[in-house]
Design a protein around this ligand. Structure first.
Ligand SMILES: O=c1ccn([C@@H]2O[C@H](COP(=O)(O)OP(=O)(O)O[C@H]3O[C@H](CO)[C@@H](O)[C@H](O)[C@H]3O)[C@@H](O)[C@H]2O)c(=O)[nH]1
Ligand SMILES: O=C(O)[C@H](O)COP(=O)(O)O
Length: 262
């Protein structure tokens, strides 16, 4: 429900939450992830977007009980999230008596498996109106790997310079947010820039962001060449998201009309 542009809690009961799970080649993990998310209190819809997988991700997610949308080819994580939210809003618009519309959003990576059952802590601050977006911070991971911190530092420093807020884990993709917060960050920054874009745009709109410790385990990128290529793409996308927002901010001080379109 939107009143004067602001989300308000449904007067007829607790607002519910829809989980959106972007996936590329997660057939081995998606069943456990979907089952865990379906069990979260407050979540009444799970949408998996298969972002051009070459494995059986879509069939596995469907069998696990999710709504499944398939990209004909790979468009990147941000596009998968946008497809999932668009699908959700279409479903909601078909049901004129749906009191939960527009649902809050829970963004979940497909590789969390059973640990996704710990995502529930992200929901109450948003449901109760204390935060417009919560972000999960993860404990040390059981699987070895991880990078050298280049992308994390670029993201953290960039967010800090633009907003004054220091994120502990700026790349964490597990987030719960209101429809209003999602709209403030739309269109999303492409690819791996999506998290930085969400944080900068939502804070820039004067909304509240909070990091919440959450006991999650995910597939950690290694230090092999595949992991390094992945990090190079992350670096490129985060840099682009930050640069666009720096230019937008500079323009908004000089030419507000132009800045809105940039
Ligand atoms: O083209 C792609 C690639 C990945 N994914 C999915 O996006 C999620 C995150 O991808 P992953 O390979 O797990 O990325 P990581 O580098 O391990 O992820 C860290 O860094 C990312 C930002 O760079 C965040 O999105 C993640 O939440 C964070 O865990 C997973 O569900 C993927 O299946 C897509 O939907 N499309
Ligand atoms: O493995 C990671 O933590 C991410 O891919 C980011 O890489 P980084 O450690 O080089 O910032």
């Amino acid at each position: 429900m939107v009143v004067n542009g602001a989300s308000v809690v449904n007067p007829h009961g607790q607002r519910t939450v829809a989980a959106i799970i972007p996936c590329k080649d997660e057939a081995d993990r998606i069943v456990a992830t979907v089952e865990a998310v379906l069990g979260l209190e407050g979540v009444d819809k799970v949408v998996v977007v298969d972002d051009g997988s070459t494995d059986d991700t879509a069939a596995a997610a469907d069998a696990a009980g999710a709504d499944v949308i398939v990209h004909a080819r790979n468009f990147g994580k941000a596009a998968a999230l946008e497809t999932g939210v668009r699908h959700l809003r279409e479903l909601e618009s078909f049901n004129a008596t749906d009191e939960n519309s527009p649902r809050h959003l829970l963004f979940v990576d497909g590789d969390l498996e059973g640990s996704a059952s710990n995502l529930g802590v992200l929901i109450p601050p948003v449901l109760e109106g204390r935060a417009d977006m919560t972000i999960a911070t993860l404990p040390p991971q059981q699987t070895a790997g991880g990078g050298h911190g280049f992308v994390v530092r670029l993201a953290r420093d960039g967010i800090q310079n633009l907003t004054g807020w220091t994120a502990k884990q700026p790349l964490s993709g597990m987030r719960c947010l209101t429809a209003e917060a999602f709209d403030a960050a739309s269109p999303l920054a492409p690819g791996w820039g999506v998290e930085v874009g969400l944080t900068v745009d939502i804070l820039g709109a004067g909304l509240r962001v909070e990091e919440v410790p959450c006991d999650l385990q995910h597939r950690v990128s290694g230090k092999d060449w595949r992991g390094q290529v992945h990090r190079a793409k992350q670096y490129r996308d985060v840099w682009r998201a930050l640069t666009r927002r720096r230019v937008r901010k500079a323009l908004s001080q000089r030419a507000p009309g132009v800045a809105q379109r940039f």
